[in-house]
Design a protein around this ligand. Structure first.
Ligand SMILES: Nc1nc2c(c(=O)[nH]1)N[C@H]1C(S)=C(S)[C@@H](COP(=O)(O)OP(=O)(O)OC[C@H]3O[C@@H](n4cnc5c(=O)[nH]c(N)nc54)[C@H](O)[C@@H]3O)O[C@H]1N2
Ligand SMILES: Nc1nc2c(c(=O)[nH]1)N[C@H]1C(S)=C(S)[C@@H](COP(=O)(O)OP(=O)(O)OC[C@H]3O[C@@H](n4cnc5c(=O)[nH]c(N)nc54)[C@H](O)[C@@H]3O)O[C@H]1N2
Ligand code: SF4
Ligand SMILES: [Mo]
Length: 784
C-alpha cells in the first residue's frame, strides 16, 4: 500500500511557495543618497516594495558600510507625510491652506512668472536657493546661468567654499585634497590629523566614507585630533588638541612656525614646487606657539609636539571638516592648512593628501571638473554685476533710477556684444584663481571669494529692498528657516517675495511660505550616474519605486527651462537623456552601466611633476600675488572670532563660548526628524555642557535648558559631560518638530540659528561664526 507522506508533500509545497516568494524578491545594487556619502548599497525588494537597504560588501567605495540614515531610506520613501503632488497656496502666506494642483498647472504658473520677470525687469529678479550639495545642484546652477540670473544662492560660504577657495589659490585645484584612504597606491597615511571633523561618528563628510576613514585611522601610526569636544576618535588618538572654538587659524599658523623654526620642511618640494617661501618665513616669525596658546588654549608643548609629529611621520594627511569653514577667518585658516600640507611635502604623494583623478570616460556633471555642465559659460559676464550682493548692482540701480537709463543700455549693449564674449574667451584659458579674480572684480562683491550669492546679504536685499528685491525665489532642497543664521530675517524676507516655490520631500517650516510646493523624488525613485566629491569613480543609482507624483528635481528644471525657450542650454528631453549622454564616452547605456555598478579611474600620484600646479606661477603659492591684487592677505593671517553682533562678550552675562552644528549620525541637518527609527536614537536637541558649568548653574543631566545670546534664547536638553571644557558648550543644529502643529512645527524653540545674528563675516569669503558666539545657559525646568 502506498503510504502517504505528509512531510514530503509539505516540503514540496513549501519549496514552491519559497520559489514564488524568491521570484518576488529582488536585490538591486544602487547608491545611497541620504547624505552625500555615496555608499554603494543593495536595495531589497519584495513584491515590488522596498523592504530594506543593506551595505554592499563588494563595494570599493564603502566596503559594506551602511549608517542608520541609509538603513532608514525605506522609511523616508514611504513616509505618510511625504509630499506626493504639487500644491498651490490658497490661504495667506504661512496659513497652511493649500489646494492640490497638477504638475502641468504648477509648471505653467512658474514658467509664466519667470518669463514675465525676465521680460519686464530682468533675469536677476529671480533667485534660486539650495542648501548643501545635492544631486540636482549642477543642473540648478546651469538653469540660473542659462536663464541669466546671477542670484544663485547656497550655503557654500559656510560649507566647503572656504576650503575649496584655499585649494584654488594655493595649489590651483577646484577639488580640494583628501586623505589617501582608499589605498589606490597600496598605502594609507602613517599620520592622520582629524581637524574639525567627526566623520567617523556621522557617516560621511566631504563625500568620504566613515568606514573607510576608520580603517585608515586604525592603520595610522599617529592620529592627531583637533576638536573642542572629546569625540570618539579624540579619545583613542595619539594626541588630542582641545582647541577653543573658532581659533584654528592661530593653531595652523603656530604649526607652520614650528615646522619652519625646527627645519622640518620638505626642502626639495619647497625649493622646486613652491613660490613665496621667504615671504612666508618672514611672516610666520611672530606666530609662535606661545602666541597661539593665548588664543587656542593649547599649551606650546602640545603645539610643538603636534607640529613635529605631523611633519616627521610621513606620509601624513589632514582630514579637515566644516569647523574650518564657519569662522571669522575660514579662508585664511584653510589657506594655512593647505600650506602645512605643502611645506611638509605631503601633497599628492601615496598615502598623503591626494588630488584624485576624475573619471575621464564619463561626462562628469560637476562644476569642479566640467564647467560646461554647470553652464558657467552660459551666464553673460555682465550679469554677474547684477547680483544682489554686488556693489556694482547697487551703483547700477542708483544710476538707473536717475537719468542714465538710455545711455546705460547702449553702453551695456556694446559690452555684451563685443567686450564680454572676448573676456569670457580669455578667462576660460586662465587658471581657476585668475578666473575667480576676474569674476570678483566684475562682481565687486563685498566678499570677493564667496563662490555664490551671499545668503545673509541676499535676505537683507529683500527686506531692505537694496539694491533691489527679487520677485521670485525657488528654494530647492533647503530649510533656511532652520539651517541658516538669523531665521527671523529670513522669515521676514520670505513674506516679502512676491512668488516663492519650494521643492522638498516634506512640508517644512520653510515650505509653508511657498506659493507653489513641488514634491521631489528621493534617491530610491531616481536613475542616476553618481559622482561623489572626489570624482575618482562613478556609481549607479537605480529607480526602484515611485510614490505619488514625485518628480526628480532635474526633470522639473529641464522641463521649465525648455518651456522658457532655453533648449540650447537644455537639449535633453529629460534627465535620463542627460544620463545617457554622460555615459556616451564610455560606450555604455544606463542598463549596462547599472550592471557594472561602478566605473573607476586609475589614480596617478605626483601629477605636479609633469604638469605643475594650475596656479598662475605653476607652483604652490605660499604667497599669492593674485590674492594681493584682490586686496586679500597674500599670506595667511589670523582673525579673532569675536562673537556675533550685539553679543560682544560680557563675561558676567555671557561667559560661555558656544560652538554649534556638530553633526549627528541620525540626521542630515534639519532632515530626518520625522523618521521614527532615527528620532528614537536622538529624540531631543542636545546641548553638551561640562559638569562644573552645569553644577554651578543647578543643571542636571537631561534637564531642559535655555541657551541665550543677546539675540535670543532657545531650549535644548543638557547632556552633562567632561568632553567639553567648562567654558565651552556645544549645541546641535537643524531642530524643528514635525510632530507638532503645522505650520510652525515649533521651528523657533530649539533652533540654534536663532542665536546668531547675521552680521559677523569672514571678510574674504563671507562665512559666519557658527562655531563661536558667547552665550549663557540656565535651567528651563519648572521651578528653576
Ligand atoms: N548653526 C549651524 N547651522 C548650520 C550648520 C552648523 O554647523 N551650525 N551647518 C551648515 C551646513 S554645513 C550646511 S551644508 C547647511 C545645510 O543646510 P540645508 O541644505 O538647508 O539643510 P537640510 O536640512 O539638509 O535640507 C533642507 C531640505 O532639503 C530637503 N531635501 C533633501 N534632499 C532633497 C532633494 O533631493 N530634493 C529636494 N527638492 N529637497 C531635498 C530636505 O527634506 C530638507 O527639508 O546647514 C548649515 N547650518
Ligand atoms: N550624519 C550627518 N552627516 C553629515 C551631515 C549631517 O548633517 N549629518 N552633513 C554633511 C555636511 S553638509 C557637512 S559640511 C559635513 C560636516 O561634517 P564635519 O566636516 O565632520 O563637521 P562638523 O560635524 O560640522 O564638525 C565636526 C567636529 O568639529 C568640532 N568643532 C566644533 N567647533 C570647532 C572649532 O572651532 N574647531 C575645531 N577644530 N573643531 C570644532 C565638533 O566638535 C565636531 O566634532 O558632514 C556631512 N555629513
Ligand atoms: S553614510 Fe550617507 S551615503 Fe552612506 S549609508 Fe549613511 S546616509 Fe547613506
Ligand atoms: Mo555642509
Amino acid at each position: 500500500m502506498f503510504l502517504f507522506n505528509p512531510i514530503k508533500i509539505r516540503d514540496k509545497e513549501h519549496k514552491t511557495e519559497l520559489n514564488k516568494l524568491n521570484k518576488m524578491k529582488e536585490i538591486v545594487p544602487s547608491t545611497c543618497r541620504m547624505c552625500h556619502g555615496g555608499c554603494q548599497v543593495n536595495v531589497h525588494l519584495e513584491e515590488g516594495r522596498v523592504v530594506k537597504v543593506t551595505g554592499n560588501p563588494e563595494s570599493v567605495v564603502s566596503k559594506g558600510y551602511l549608517c542608520p540614515k541609509g538603513a532608514a531610506s525605506p522609511e523616508l520613501l514611504y513616509h505618510p507625510d511625504r509630499l506626493t503632488h504639487p500644491l498651490r497656496r490658497i490661504g495667506a502666506r504661512g496659513e497652511n491652506k493649500w489646494e492640490r494642483i497638477s504638475w502641468e498647472e504648477a509648471i505653467q504658473e512658474i514658467v509664466e512668472k519667470l518669463a514675465h520677470i525676465k521680460q519686464t525687469v530682468g533675469p536677476q529678479y529671480f533667485a534660486l536657493l539650495h542648501g548643501t550639495t545635492r544631486p540636482y545642484v549642477d543642473m540648478a546652477s546651469r538653469f540660473c546661468n542659462a536663464y541669466g540670473t546671477p542670484n544663485y544662492v547656497n550655503v557654500a560660504h559656510n560649507c566647503m567654499g572656504p576650503r575649496t577657495m584655499a585649494s584654488v589659490f594655493t595649489i590651483g585645484s577646484m577639488v580640494a585634497p583628501v586623505p589617501d584612504a582608499y589605498e589606490p597606491g597600496g598605502i594609507t597615511p602613517k599620520c592622520i590629523v582629524l581637524w574639525g571633523s567627526n566623520v567617523t561618528e556621522i557617516g560621511s563628510a566631504q563625500g568620504m566614507n566613515a568606514g573607510i576613514i576608520k580603517r585608515a585611522l586604525i592603520a595610522a601610526e599617529k592620529v592627531i585630533v583637533i576638536d573642542p569636544r572629546r569625540t570618539k576618535e579624540a579619545g583613542r588618538s595619539s594626541q588630542w588638541l582641545q582647541i577653543m572654538p573658532g581659533s584654528d587659524g592661530a593653531l595652523a599658523l603656530a604649526m607652520i612656525h614650528v615646522i619652519i623654526a625646527e627645519d622640518l620642511i620638505d626642502h626639495e618640494f619647497v625649493r622646486d614646487y613652491t613660490v613665496g617661501y621667504s615671504e612666508l618665513l618672514a611672516h610666520v616669525g611672530e606666530y609662535s606657539p606661545e602666541w597661539a596658546e593665548k588664543i587656542t588654549g593649547i599649551s606650546p608643548e602640545q603645539i610643538r609636539l603636534a607640529a613635529r609629529t605631523y611633519a616627521s611621520v610621513r606620509p601624513a594627511a589632514i582630514y579637515w571638516g566644516s569647523a574650518i569653514d564657519a569662522s571669522k577667518c575660514s579662508f585664511q585658516t584653510a589657506r594655512a592648512i593647505m600650506i602645512l600640507r605643502a611645506i611638509t611635502g605631503n601633497i599628492d604623494v601615496p598615502g598623503g593628501d591626494i588630488i584624485p583623478v576624475p573619471v575621464t570616460n564619463v561626462k562628469l556633471k560637476s562644476q569642479f571638473v566640467n564647467s560646461e555642465i554647470t553652464g558657467k559659460l552660459l551666464l553673460p559676464i555682465q550679469n554677474h554685476r547684477l547680483a544682489v550682493d554686488s556693489i556694482a548692482a547697487k551703483k547700477q540701480s542708483e544710476f538707473l533710477s536717475g537719468k542714465g537709463v538710455a545711455l546705460t543700455f547702449k553702453f551695456l549693449n556694446v559690452l555684451q556684444k563685443k567686450v564680454y564674449p572676448l573676456l569670457t574667451k580669455l578667462s576660460a584659458k586662465k587658471t581657476p584663481a585668475a578666473q575667480l579674480k576676474t569674476l570678483s572684480k566684475l562682481r565687486t562683491s563685498k566678499y570677493p571669494l564667496c563662490p555664490v550669492t551671499h545668503p545673509p546679504t541676499f535676505w537683507k536685499s529683500i527686506t531692505a529692498n537694496d539694491p533691489y528685491r527679487v520677485q521670485a525665489l525657488w528654494i530647492m532642497g533647503s530649510n533656511p528657516l532652520v539651517t541658516m543664521t538669523d531665521p527671523l530675517e529670513t522669515e521676514r524676507a520670505l513674506k516679502l517675495v512676491e512668488f516663492v516655490v519650494v521643492s522638498d520631500f516634506f512640508l517644512t517650516p520653510t515650505a509653508h511660505y511657498a506659493d507653489i510646493v513641488l514634491p521631489a523624488s528621493m534617491w530610491l525613485e531616481q536613475d542616476d550616474v553618481v559622482n561623489t566629491f572626489e570624482q575618482w569613480c562613478v556609481t549607479n543609482r537605480k529607480k526602484v519605486a515611485q510614490i505619488g507624483e514625485t518628480r526628480d528635481d532635474r526633470d522639473v528644471l529641464i522641463e521649465i527651462a525648455r518651456k522658457l525657450k532655453l533648449e540650447k542650454a537644455f537639449p535633453w528631453e529629460n534627465y535620463r537623456a542627460f544620463v545617457d549622454e554622460m555615459l556616451e564616452p564610455a560606450n555604455l547605456d544606463f542598463d549596462s552601466f547599472s550592471n557594472k555598478q561602478i566605473i573607476q579611474e586609475k589614480m596617478r600620484y605626483l601629477k605636479y611633476r609633469e604638469q605643475g600646479f594650475n596656479t598662475p606661477s605653476k607652483k604652490v603659492e605660499l604667497f599669492s600675488t593674485t590674492l594681493l591684487d584682490m586686496n586679500i592677505s597674500p599670506v595667511p593671517v589670523y582673525r579673532a572670532a569675536v562673537s556675533s553682533g550685539a553679543a560682544v562678550r560680557s563675561p558676567d552675562k555671557y561667559p560661555l563660548l558656544l560652538t554649534s552644528g556638530a553633526k549627528s549620525m541620525m540626521f542630515f541637518h534639519s532632515e530626518g526628524r520625522q523618521i521614527k527609527s532615527l528620532r528614537k536614537s536622538n529624540p531631543d536637541p542636545i546641548l553638551e555642557i561640562n559638569h562644573s558649568a552645569a553644577a554651578s548653574r543647578g543643571i542636571n543631566d537631561g534637564d531642559w535648558v535655555y541657551i541665550e545670546t543677546p539675540a535670543c534664547r532657545v531650549k535644548m536638553k543638557a547632556r552633562i559631560t567632561d568632553a567639553v571644557l567648562p567654558e565651552v558648550v556645544s549645541a546641535e543644529h537643524g531642530w524643528w518638530f514635525p510632530e507638532e502643529e503645522a505650520p510652525d512645527y515649533g521651528w523657533q524653540k530649539s533652533n540654534i540659528n536663532m542665536l546668531f545674528t547675521a552680521d559677523n563675516f569672514d571678510p574674504d569669503v563671507g562665512s559666519e561664526c557658527l562655531r563661536s558666539v558667547f552665550c549663557e545657559v540656565y535651567s528651563a525646568m519648572p521651578g528653576a
